[in-house]
Design a protein around this ligand. Structure first.
Ligand code: 26Q
Length: 805
C-alpha cells in the first residue's frame, strides 16, 4: 500500500465519520480515522484468509479466556502489516508522526496480569504462524482499574477505555445469542428417552464485538470475539397499556452489569455470584457460536473434535464443559455417552497455579440456583467419574474424595477440567512437574499421558522489535532480520560475545533506553531518575508470594549501610517498582505503602539519594512495560520457589538484555538452562527444599536470632520511614498468624543479599563482562517466543495444522 492510498483512506474516514476536512481534524479524529483505515485492511485480509480456509476445511482452535490484556494495538498492526513508512509519510501532511498517534490510544486492559497478557501474546503468535484461531472473552466496559497512589496508599479509579478503544471493535449483530440464567428444570422420560426442559429463566443477550489481530508476514488474521451483555428488551404490554410506562422500563438494566467490569484479583479466587454469571455468560455465548459455526461449515456434530479444538485457559471458562454437554444432549439429541466422547475429545485445559487460594471451588447451591441445568450435568459427570474410581480403587476413600469434582457442597473446577479434557498442561517445566506431584497426583497416576508441559512464551515482536528498535538495529547489523520471524535465530548473536565494538554498542543502547525511560517517568509522574545508576526493576502484580518485600529488605540494608557512612563508595542503584494490588488485598497495599514511604525517606537525604534511589511507578500497565523492559539492567524474579507457575515478565526482561536475579522457580529454571548458570544470578531455596523446610517446621525467628543484618532490618521497619512505623510488617515476618513469614523472606534473605552484592560489584567493576552476559541473555531468549509455545500447543495438544504447512 502506498503513501497516497493511505492518505486517501484516512481522508475518506475523516469526511465520512467526522464530516471534517483533513486540515480541520483534531488529533483524536485523525487517530480514529487511522485506526479505521487499519481495521479495513485487516477485515479485508481476514476475508481473504476465510476463503483460503473454506477451501481447506481444516480444524480451528477456539481459545476461551476471561482475560485478554491487549495493551495498545495500532503500533502492533502497523508494524505487522509493514505499513510504517506509508503511514508515516501520509501523516506528514497532518504534521503528525505515527508515534504521536500511538500515544492517543488507551491501553485495552481487559486482564489482570500474566494470564491475560499470555492470551494476548498467543493471538499474535497464532496469526503469525498461520493458524486458524479465534479467541473469546468479555467486552468489559471497564478494564483493570487505574492506580492512583495517594500518600502511599493505592486507590482505584475506573479504567474508561472504550472512547478511544472502541474503534477497533466491529459489532456483529448477526452473531448475537441468548444466555439463560436461573429458573427450573423439568425431566421427563418418554419413548424417545429423557427430555429436559428449562423454564422460568432470565434471558441475557450476548452481543459480539470482533477485534482483528494481525500476524507478521502471514496470511492469517486472528479474531478476538468479545461478548457484551445486553438486556433483552421485552415490553410488558399489559403494564404498558395500563399506562405504567415507567414501571415497564424497570429491571431493564439488570443484565448489563455482567459485562461491566473485570474482576481485579489475580491468583486469588472469589466466589461471587456476579463472577459466576460472567463466566457462564462467556462460555455459553462462545459455545453457541462455535456450534453454529460448525453446523454451518460441516454439519454433523460428531465431527466436532476433528474440526474444533477448544482451549480452557485456567478454570475460569470451565463451565464450557457442562455447557457443551447440555447443547449436545438437550438441543441436539445426543446420548450421554456420545456427548461425553465428543466433549472430552474437544477440550484441553491449561493450569496456571497451584496455590490453594487461587483454585476455584464454587458453592454447589449457588450453581444450582443460577445454572440449574449445568448443576445437574456436573453432578452426573461426577457421579459417573466417582463410580469409575470406586471400581479402580475400591475402599480408597481419601484418594477418591481428593479426586472427586464435588465434595462438601463445593464444586472443584480444576478437577472438572482434568476429568473432561484430553490434555492438561502446566506453563513451565517445573510447574508441570509440580502439578503432577501435588494437586493432580491422583489424576496423573490414573492418566499419565494426559499431562504435558508447554512453557510460556512472549510476543517477541512486540516486546523486542517494537519496544526496542535500537537494539533491533544492532541485531539486524549482526545477524540479519531472520529472528523477527524465527526467534531461535537470536542464538546467532552469541558469536559476538567477545566483539568489543558490538558490546559497546549494546551498552550505549541500554543507556539510551534508560534515558528515554527517565524522561518518560519524569514527564508522566514527575519522578527523578539518574540514567547513570543501575536500573534494578521488579514489575509485576503485587503479591506476597512474588516477594517484593524481600527486595525491600535488601534495600533497607543498603540504606542502613549508607546511613552509617554516607560517604561509602557504592555503585549507585535505582530500584524501580511497578505493581498493582487487588483492591481488597490489604497486605499487598501495605507493601506498596512501605515502598513509597521508604522511597520518600531516602529522597529527603541528598547524599544518600545519589547512591540509592527507590521509585514507585504509578499505574504500571502494558504500555509502561514496553518502555520499562528495554531500560532494565537487573530483572527481579524472586518468588518463593514453587509458587510462580512460569512468569512471563522474566522473558521480556531477558530478551532486552537485563540480567536476572531469581530463584529456581517457574520458567527461571529454563532461562537458567538456556543462558547458562554463568549468565544469571540464581539464589535461594529450591522448591523441594521449601517443602522440606515446611515439613521440618519453619521458624522465621531462627534467622532473626542468628543474623545481625536481619535484626537490624526488623528494627528499622519498627522505627519506620518518613515518620511512619511499619511494625506490622516486622510482625508479619516474625510472629504473623497463622504462620510467620509465609513466603520465607527470612530464609532466603542472606542468599539474596549476597547475590545482590555480587551483581553490584560486577556492574561497577567489570562492565565488559556485564555487557557480554547481557548479550548472552538476548541470544538465549529465542525459545521463549510465543511462536514456539503456540507450535507446541498446535502439534501436541490441538493437533492443528498451520496453513503454511
Ligand atoms: C478467579 C476467580 C474469581 C476472580 C478472579 C480469578 C482470577 C483471575 C485471574 C484468578 C487468577 C487470575 C490470574 C492468574 C495469573 O495471571 N496467573 C499467572 O499466569 C501466568 C501465565 O501462565 C504465569 O506466568 C504466572 O506465573 C501466573 O501467576
Amino acid at each position: 500500500m502506498t503513501e497516497k492510498e493511505v492518505r486517501t483512506l484516512i481522508q475518506g474516514k475523516l469526511s465520512r465519520y467526522f464530516g471534517v476536512l483533513p486540515q480541520e481534524a483534531s488529533r483524536e479524529q485523525i487517530y480514529k480515522a487511522v485506526v479505521m483505515s487499519v481495521r479495513d485492511i485487516l477485515l479485508e485480509k481476514r476475508q481473504q484468509f476465510h476463503k483460503v480456509m473454506k477451501n481447506k476445511k481444516g480444524k480451528r482452535v477456539y481459545y476461551l479466556c476471561m482475560e485478554f490484556l491487549l495493551g495498545r494495538s495500532l503500533k502492533n498492526n502497523v508494524y505487522n502489516l509493514g505499513l510504517q513508512d506509508a503511514y508515516e509519510k501520509a501523516l506528514k501532511s497532518y504534521e503528525l508522526t505515527l508515534e504521536d498517534l500511538y500515544e492517543e490510544e488507551p491501553d485495552a486492559g481487559l486482564g489482570n496480569g500474566g494470564l491475560g497478557r499470555l492470551a494476548a501474546c498467543f493471538m499474535d503468535a497464532l496469526a503469525t504462524g498461520d493458524y486458524p484461531a479465534m479467541g473469546y472473552s468479555i467486552r468489559y466496559d471497564y478494564g483493570l482499574f487505574k492506580q492512583k497512589i495517594v500518600d502511599g496508599w493505592q486507590t482505584e479509579l475506573p479504567d474508561v477505555w472504550l472512547p478511544g478503544g472502541e474503534v477497533w471493535l466491529t459489532q456483529r449483530t448477526d452473531k448475537s445469542c441468548i444466555v439463560k440464567f436461573d429458573g427450573w428444570v423439568h425431566e421427563e422420560w418418554s419413548d424417545q428417552g429423557l427430555k429436559v426442559t428449562h423454564g422460568g429463566y432470565k434471558e441475557v443477550e450476548a452481543v459480539a464485538y470482533d477485534m482483528m489481530i494481525s500476524g507478521k508476514n502471514s496470511e492469517a488474521v486472528s479474531v478476538l470475539r468479545l461478548w457484551r451483555a445486553r438486556n433483552v428488551s421485552r415490553f410488558d404490554m399489559k403494564l404498558f397499556s395500563q399506562g405504567d410506562y415507567l414501571r415497564c422500563m424497570q429491571d431493564e438494566n439488570e443484565a448489563e452489569v455482567i459485562s461491566k467490569v473485570l474482576y481485579p484479583a489475580d491468583n486469588h479466587y472469589e466466589g461471587k455470584s456476579l463472577r459466576l454469571k460472567q463466566q457462564y455468560f462467556l462460555v455459553s455465548a462462545s459455545l453457541q457460536n462455535i456450534i453454529n459455526d460448525h453446523k454451518h461449515r460441516y454439519g454433523p456434530l460428531n465431527l466436532l473434535p476433528e474440526m474444533a479444538a477448544i482451549h480452557i485457559n485456567d478454570t475460569h471458562p470451565a463451565l464450557a464443559i457442562p455447557e457443551l454437554m447440555r447443547i449436545l444432549m438437550d438441543e441436539n439429541g445426543f446420548t450421554w455417552d456420545d456427548a461425553w466422547a465428543i466433549t472430552t475429545a474437544t477440550f484441553a485445559y491449561t493450569n496456571h497455579t497451584v496455590m490453594a487460594e487461587a483454585l476455584e471451588t464454587w458453592q454447589e447451591d449457588l450453581i444450582a440456583r443460577r445454572l440449574p441445568r449445568i448443576h445437574m450435568i456436573i453432578k452426573e459427570i461426577n457421579r459417573r467419574f466417582v463410580s469409575e474410581l470406586w471400581n479402580i480403587y475400591p475402599g480408597q476413600h481419601a484418594l477418591i474424595d481428593n479426586m472427586s469434582i464435588m465434595s462438601n457442597g463445593m464444586i472443584r473446577m480444576a478437577n472438572l477440567c482434568v476429568v473432561a479434557s484430553h490434555k492438561v498442561n502446566g506453563v513451565s517445566a517445573l510447574h508441570s512437574e509440580i502439578i503432577k506431584d501435588s494437586i493432580f497426583n491422583g489424576f496423573y497416576r490414573l492418566w499419565p499421558d494426559k499431562f504435558t508441559n508447554v512453557t510460556n512464551g512472549i510476543a517477541h515482536r512486540r516486546w523486542l522489535c517494537q519496544s526496542n528498535p535500537e537494539l533491533c538495529a544492532l541485531l539486524n547489523d549482526c545477524i540479519g532480520e531472520g529472528y523477527v520471524q524465527d526467534a531461535s535465530q537470536l542464538s546467532k548473536f552469541r558469536k559476538y560475545e567477545n566483539d568489543s565494538s558490538v558490546l559497546n554498542r549494546l551498552t550505549e543502547i541500554k543507556l539510551l533506553k534508560k534515558k528515554q525511560f527517565a524522561d518518560y517517568a519524569y514527564k508522566k509522574e514527575g519522578v527523578l531518575i539518574d540514567p547513570n545508576t543501575v536500573f534494578d526493576v521488579q514489575a509485576k502484580r503485587m503479591h506476597e508470594y512474588k516477594r517484593q518485600l524481600l527486595n525491600v529488605m535488601n534495600i533497607i540494608s543498603l540504606y542502613n549501610e549508607l546511613k552509617d557512612d554516607p560517604n561509602k563508595k557504592m555503585q549507585p542503584q535505582t530500584f524501580i517498582f511497578g505493581a498493582k494490588a487487588a483492591p481488597s488485598y490489604l497486605m499487598a497495599k501495605k507493601i506498596i505503602k512501605l515502598i513509597c514511604y521508604l522511597a520518600e525517606d531516602i529522597r529527603k537525604q541528598p547524599k544518600i539519594r545519589e547512591k540509592l534511589n527507590v521509585v514507585y511507578m504509578e499505574d504500571y500497565n502494558v504500555s509502561m512495560a514496553e518502555r520499562l523492559m528495554p531500560a532494565s539492567e537487573v530483572s527481579e524474579q524472586i518468588s518463593l520457589a514453587g509458587k510462580e507457575a512460569s512468569g512471563t515478565g522474566n522473558m521480556k526482561f531477558m530478551i532486552n538484555g537485563a540480567l536476572t536475579v531469581g530463584t529456581l522457580d517457574g520458567a527461571n529454571v529454563e532461562m537458567s538452562e538456556a543462558v547458562g548458570s554463568d549468565n544469571i544470578f540464581i539464589f535461594g531455596l529450591r522448591a523441594e527444599e521449601v517443602d522440606e523446610l515446611w515439613t521440618k517446621g519453619y521458624n522465621s525467628s531462627r534467622y532473626y536470632n542468628t543474623d545481625e543484618g536481619l535484626r537490624r532490618i526488623i528494627e528499622t521497619l519498627i522505627r519506620g520511614f518518613n515518620g511512619e512505623s511499619f511494625s506490622d510488617m516486622a510482625n508479619y515476618l516474625l510472629t504473623g498468624s497463622p504462620v510467620a513469614d509465609p513466603y520465607m523472606c527470612m530464609a532466603d534473605y542472606e542468599s539474596y543479599r549476597q547475590t545482590q552484592q555480587k551483581i553490584k560489584s560486577l556492574y561497577a567493576e567489570d562492565p565488559a563482562r556485564w555487557a557480554k552476559m547481557s548479550l548472552n541473555n538476548i541470544a538465549a531468549a529465542g525459545i521463549f517466543s510465543a511462536d514456539r509455545s503456540i507450535k507446541e500447543y498446535a502439534d501436541n495438544i490441538w493437533h492443528l495444522k498451520s496453513l503454511k504447512s
